[in-house]
Design a protein around this ligand. Structure first.
Ligand code: NAD
Ligand code: TYD
Length: 358
């Protein structure tokens, strides 16, 4: 039985990954260390309480004693590190937590891993088959013009406190591989969407507002481009990297699916009109769109070249955007209670701060 330390498993991508990993590897146990910030929701993993191959630990990745203790207790074979502050707008409003969790938290985990795994061998060499998968973002590469793609060789050029903190953690992870031989693999993925995404991010925010008849805030001219990937495809890519990736390597993961923000918003509006009928009064949901003040330093375009993971590890996305966005909308419509539980008082405060008089 192999044991995986998974950090941030109560968040959006982590919770999808926990379910998929337990199903994929019947001989593996997952220990989920999560601080339960506003973005971490234990109900994302409802139903797993009685699963003997799953353990939840409520705690902070910056807590060295806690993390060291977990390594001694559990003897982890692998780490899959998701835990992070993940929203660009929040990083602009208050970068401190991003520096703490994304940089210091990653450092703390790397230190615990180094002590546990390298000390276990007489000559301090890496233990075969151990893996530390550091989950990162394409935003570390900066912003593209109208053409071109990010490859694994693209120089780093982070431009928000979020992407700068992730870039810093990527550098630390690679430095531990280079210096100590820790078996680190780094993944840089494009924008994800799908079930369990917190409604501060574009797609679930627009679904929630459009469903409930609220204004749909589009930043700037709405022509910024993101490369959207269905979350299960990202998790499949991470499982592939965990199983078949080469330590020391970086893998870019993307959907080959570039869309302008305004196209995304139109698609969500049209699908909701089809599924739920137009709004009371007969207007369609596109009438709710408002263009609001742009995000400071807003990156114009991201696009991933995912040839390396396709050619070397055989992964490619399997869910088209048309299918993925339908499945996502269906999930939010079927899980109104989930949405109602996360748009609580603190969310409303956040929303008012960010969007009123924007
Ligand atoms: P999320 O914000 O939905 O979830 C983050 C999780 O980490 C939450 O459960 C939260 O409680 C936990 N967490 C935060 N601080 C913690 C701490 N100090 N200690 C322990 N747990 C803590 O994030 P997500 O969208 O699921 O992203 C997961 C990872 O994937 C992040 O590292 C992010 O940078 C990366 N990523 C995300 C996307 C995307 O589109 N969402 C794309 C590429 C990469
Ligand atoms: P987001 O989901 O925050 O992801 P990221 O900034 O990490 O790419 O935003 C996706 C795009 O949508 C980004 O260009 C900003 C834009 N956006 C809006 O236009 N309105 C919104 O209310 C939000 C949250 C994002």
């Amino acid at each position: 039985m192999k044991t995986i330390l998974l950090t941030g498993g109560c968040g959006f991508i982590g919770s999808n990954f926990v379910r998929m990993a337990l199903a994929r590897f019947p001989d593996c146990r997952v220990v989920n260390l999560d601080k339960l910030t506003y973005a971490g929701n234990p109900t994302n993993l409802a139903g797993l309480e009685a699963e003997p191959r799953y353990r939840f630990v409520h705690g902070d990745i910056c807590d060295q004693a806690l993390v060291d203790g977990l390594f001694s207790e559990e003897g982890f074979d692998a780490v899959v590190h998701f835990a992070a502050e993940s929203h660009v707008d929040r990083s602009i409003e208050g970068p401190g937590e991003f520096i703490r969790t994304n940089i210091t938290g990653t450092f703390t985990l790397l230190e615990a891993t180094r002590r546990a795994w390298l000390a276990a061998t007489k000559d301090q060499s890496p233990i075969a088959n151990h893996r530390f998968v550091h989950v990162s973002t394409d935003e570390v590469y900066g912003s593209l013009g109208d053409t071109g793609h990010f490859t694994e060789e693209t120089p780093y050029d982070p431009r928000s406190p979020y992407s700068a903190s992730k870039a810093s953690s990527d550098h630390l992870a690679r430095a531990y591989q280079h210096t100590y031989g820790l078996p680190v693999l780094v993944t840089n993925c494009s924008n994800n969407y799908g079930p369990y995404q917190f409604p501060e991010k574009l797609i679930p925010l627009i679904i929630n507002n459009a469903y409930t008849g609220k204004e749909l805030p589009v930043y700037g001219d709405g022509k910024n481009v993101r490369d959207w990937l269905f979350v299960e495809d990202h998790c499949e890519a991470l499982l592939t990297v965990l199983e078949k990736g080469t330590p020391g390597e970086t893998y870019n993961i993307g959907g080959n699916n570039e869309r302008q923000n305004i196209e995304i918003v139109h698609t969500v509006c049209d699908l909701l009109d089809q599924r739920c009928g137009t709004l009371p009064g007969g207007q369609d949901r596109r009438s709710l769109i408002i263009f609001v003040k742009d995000r400071p330093g807003h990156d114009r375009r991201y696009a991933i070249d995912a040839a390396k993971i396709r050619d070397e590890l055989g992964w490619k996305p399997t869910v088209t955007f048309e299918e993925g966005i339908r499945r996502t909308i269906d999930w939010y419509l079927a899980n109104e209670e989930w949405m109602a539980s996360v748009v609580d008082g603190s969310y409303r405060e956040y929303y008012n701060r960010m969007y009123t008089q924007r």
